[in-house]
Ligand binder design. Structure first.
Ligand SMILES: *Cc1c(COP(=O)(O)O)cnc(C)c1O
Length: 392
């Protein structure tokens, strides 16, 4: 019975009706307990903000227990975690995370961008490593309370934001490898400045095939901490040859998958006169980026259909090289929450460099256009569908 409950509790997305019958407590934002800090942290001047180096006064914590379900969420002063060295997260990688940002609009409201997508992805990551699911809207309501409490830490101005890091870890104590019967969600927040403080700065990539980021049947499409540590050493190698990031290839064919920790977009000029915006399809080896989806949706809606084709298709480094040689490579960029878009101007492959045009100066024209479209929605200057949520 106990193990049945545990299985049911870890599968509420597939068996939503069972979640109610199981009697386990659901994540409930209305139960949030707030303990305010008595020693506020000094806020750094905007020009001293470094990504992920300073944090806000408070943090969110929500414990889960297989027998009881989700405990009351707590928002309390930022502090160290205290965990037994035998805690399962330290040994078998039961860790997943999300990354999203909160923006201050011109009325002083704090807004998150498409956070429902982050909550869905967080649940999908949890499901894959036998950690519990939760109601994403309830976690967002807790995060909203946290944002309202720490709103003074959200820096104002274009490019400034508060980076949110929701995380879940398995906290069962013991060295047995199995389904964790305890877990913890925590959320911390770091004020950040513009990724590019003086306009875009295009990056050089090294096309990488000796190390593989993700593979069919693997977990590259989940935001698990375990996916990131193995990418640092290849990045260091690329850096030693003068390239900032890896362009991750897959297979004998050299399919282009992602760039660093961003989704990859290429623009080609087709022979029929149309331009094509291409990115790799979600075949299990690609992280389903919120920015990727936003670029695709906005491009499909706003670019003239008689001039553009928007493709999710497989394409290879060979095609990029060939089309660059024919003058048919128009631009390329990475897409992700941290930078929104990151223009690419050079790709090293088998000892030669492929030059990528940057027609708008430091980026391609479409790169600059999609960055602006997304920025306007993030800062509440343009309202679009339900993509921007005001924290209340
Ligand atoms: C987080 C991430 C992305 C970008 O996702 P966003 O939701 O757009 O921030 C792309 N690729 C990898 C590998 C990632 O970890």
């Amino acid at each position: 019975m106990k193990s049945l409950q545990r299985i049911l509790a870890s599968r509420p997305l597939r068996y939503p009706q069972v979640r109610y019958l199981s009697g386990l407590a659901r994540l409930d934002a209305s139960k949030t307990i707030i303990e305010k800090t008595t020693s506020p942290i000094a806020k750094l001047p905007k020009d001293q903000l470094v990504f992920g180096q300073s944090f806000t006064d408070h943090m969110v914590e929500i414990e889960w227990d297989a027998k009881k379900g989700w405990a009351a969420p707590r928002i309390s002063p930022y502090k160290n975690l205290s965990l037994d060295p035998a805690t399962i997260v330290f040994h078998y990688g039961f860790e997943l995370f999300e990354g999203l940002k909160a923006y201050k609009d011109s009325n002083g409201n704090i807004r998150t961008f498409r956070s429902d997508k982050n909550m869905l992805r967080m649940n999908q990551s949890a499901e894959r490593i036998a950690l519990p699911n939760f109601d994403g809207e309830e976690l967002m309501k807790v995060i909203d309370k946290f944002l309202v409490l720490d709103q003074a830490f959200v820096p104002e101005g274009a490019g400034y934001s508060l980076y949110l890091r929701p995380t879940m870890i398995g906290t069962s104590v013991g060295l047995g490898v199995g389904t964790p019967d305890k877990a913890l969600i925590f959320v911390i927040a770091s004020p950040v400045g513009p990724y590019y403080s003086t306009g875009f700065k295009p990056v050089a990539l090294e096309a990488t095939d000796y190390a593989v980021r993700a593979w069919p049947g693997g977990v590259g499409n989940k935001k698990l901490g375990a996916n990131y540590a193995p990418c640092i050493q290849p990045q260091t190698q690329a850096a030693s040859r003068g390239y900032q990031q890896n362009l991750w290839l897959f297979g004998e064919e050299g399919y282009i998958t992602e760039v660093g920790t961003m989704n990859a977009f290429f623009v080609f000029q087709n022979e029929d006169g149309k331009k094509e915006l291409a990115t790799a399809p979600l075949d299990g080896t690609i992280l389903e980026g919120v920015t990727r989806d936003s670029v695709l949706q906005l491009a499909r809606e706003r670019l003239p259909a008689d001039e553009w084709i928007i493709s999710e298709r497989k394409f290879t480094i060979g095609e990029v090289k060939e089309r660059a040689a024919k003058g048919q490579l128009v631009e390329a960029f990475g897409a992700g929450t941290a930078a929104v878009v990151s223009p690419i101007d050079r790709i090293g492959w088998k000892g030669e460099d492929i030059a990528v045009p940057v027609a708008a100066g430091n980026s391609g024209e479409l790169t600059a256009q999609v960055a602006e479209w997304i920025r306007q929605i993030q800062y509440g200057e343009t309202s679009y569908k339900d993509w921007s949520r005001v924290a209340k």
